[in-house]
Design a binder for this molecule. Structure first.
Ligand code: FRU
Length: 455
């Protein structure tokens, strides 16, 4: 049975992880991603590539970066990175890796023997047509002595007041760090500052520093701080980044998505100055009978409200609402592809069941005792073993005595739940059976809008 979602980007086939090089170039959106050309498990990291005019209809393109260069040092993998558009050219910054030691793992992919056997290089590649990329140079980024040589990766580059800045994930003595470099010409880079916090994981991956309405936001993905069975989670600091001395005064770490498998998000600015985020919905293996692994989140516009990051699906999704329905029960005929918004007076006697069959499904309930929304997928996993390592229950703090609006997008094997216009989000991958397609919504409903989605 085909569980491939319609609105969440998936690779043509095989394994996919992080979104890379998100950009808007010559009138089109570009999405690059970590891809394994050989099979459905992590390895042989190559940059997959797709472009789109509206962020939902994607055209798959040839690989942008292949791990094939001894000279540039990416013979064993082209790891994550970012893109910028400069004078009509599309520039990619990424981490190439060589492995000092190698072995084949159980899936037939080459991995290092020891975790410190990676040799990373930061590399610049360019394109003038947005399709063919040429590797140009290795960046020379001075690394402080105490830092682990193997774990420096995922450069994100941006410009501010005519100067280039680069943030990169690093590790010092089993503590995650982010190094910030600056450059006038993109050739010589100077270490400007180090962002750190002790006991916040052993490695910080995929940093992204940007500004919305005078607030600086640093997104990153610390490895080793996860709760709920997740080893790594993605989150952010908000605060003020001083571009003169590199100091970042920030608030405490906040989680970005309260669901199960969200990781390694990246953002970019589009032509309308929207800050758009795409994250990776982690799977460690394909759903049964599928030939692809890994999904991207819906593209989400980020805003700042009361000092917190709000995420909401980009407006373009509404173009695909084809029919307004009156009752939730009518969603049964939509093959689990729909979008609804519902406002509750409060969350007393509240319950939502998605992918429902009899009385089972993906359930969302509220505990007034500890003021938590509870998402439970134990009945919609259906033999999809690897996901169970992430567990089946997630919780998220919400004041259910107040009015509460939910927007829920269901797309074949995934649900994204946006709470109070994006104040919090819970994303969730499931493996429904062919009978699991009803929807039930119970509670003190004030208003609702229900739509089928179709391409
Ligand atoms: C995050 C990550 C990055 C790395 C890439 C390799 O998921 O581990 O730090 O560049 O994946 O695929």
């Amino acid at each position: 049975m085909n569980k491939r979602p319609h609105f969440h980007f998936t690779p043509d086939s095989n394994w996919m992880n992080d979104p890379n090089g998100l950009s808007y170039y010559k009138g089109e959106f570009h999405l690059f991603y970590q891809h394994n050309p050989k099979n459905c498990y992590w390895g042989n990291m190559t940059w997959g590539h797709a472009k789109s005019k509206d962020l939902f209809n994607w055209e798959h393109l040839p690989y942008a970066l292949n791990p094939d260069s001894k000279v540039f040092g990416d013979i064993d993998g082209c790891f994550s990175g970012s893109a910028i558009v400069e004078r009509d050219e599309l520039l990619l910054f990424y981490t190439g890796v060589e492995m000092k030691t190698k072995k084949l793992n159980e899936f037939g992919n080459i991995v290092t023997v020891g975790s410190n056997d990676l040799i990373p290089s930061q590399i610049l590649a360019k394109s003038i047509d947005g399709i063919n990329f040429k590797k140009i140079q290795k960046l020379s980024l001075e690394l402080p002595k105490s830092y682990c040589r193997s774990h420096v990766r995922d450069p994100k580059v941006w410009r501010k007041d005519g100067i280039w800045y680069l943030a990169i994930g690093a590790k010092e003595d089993y503590q995650g760090r982010i190094l910030i470099y600056k450059s006038k010409d993109m050739k010589t880079w100077q270490l400007l500052s180090i962002i750190k916090e002790e006991n916040m994981g052993y490695m910080w991956e995929c940093p992204d520093l940007f500004e919305i309405d005078d607030t600086d936001i640093l997104l990153f993905s610390p490895e080793g701080i996860g709760k709920d069975g997740q080893v790594s989670i993605s989150g952010y600091y908000t605060g003020k980044f001083n571009y003169e001395n590199g100091e970042f005064k920030h608030n405490s770490f906040e989680r970005l998505d309260y669901g199960f498998e969200f990781y390694a998000p990246q953002t970019f600015l589009d032509c309308n100055k929207r800050r758009i985020l795409i994250g990776w919905l982690v799977n460690h293996a394909p759903l049964p009978n599928e030939n692809w692994t890994g999904l991207m989140t819906l593209p989400r516009e980020i805003k700042i409200k009361n000092g917190k990051v709000y995420m909401y699906p980009v407006e373009e999704l509404k173009k695909y609402r084809i029919e307004e329905l009156v009752e939730f029960s009518q969603l049964k005929s939509t093959s689990n592809t729909f979008d609804f918004e519902v406002t509750f007076k409060n969350l007393d006697n509240f319950k939502i069941l998605l992918f429902k069959d009899n009385n089972n499904g993906l359930s969302l309930t509220y505990s007034s005792f500890d003021k938590k929304l509870i998402l439970n997928r134990e009945n919609v996993i259906n033999g999809f073993k690897p996901l169970e390592t992430f567990g089946t229950i997630r919780e998220c703090q919400i004041d259910g005595e107040k009015e509460c609006t939910l927007r829920i997008i269901v797309d074949k094997c995934v649900a994204e739940i946006y709470i109070n216009n994006g104040e919090k989000v819970m994303s969730c991958v499931v493996n429904p059976t062919s009978n699991q397609k009803n929807v039930e919504v119970i509670g003190n409903i004030i208003s609702k809008k229900i739509y089928k989605l179709n391409k």
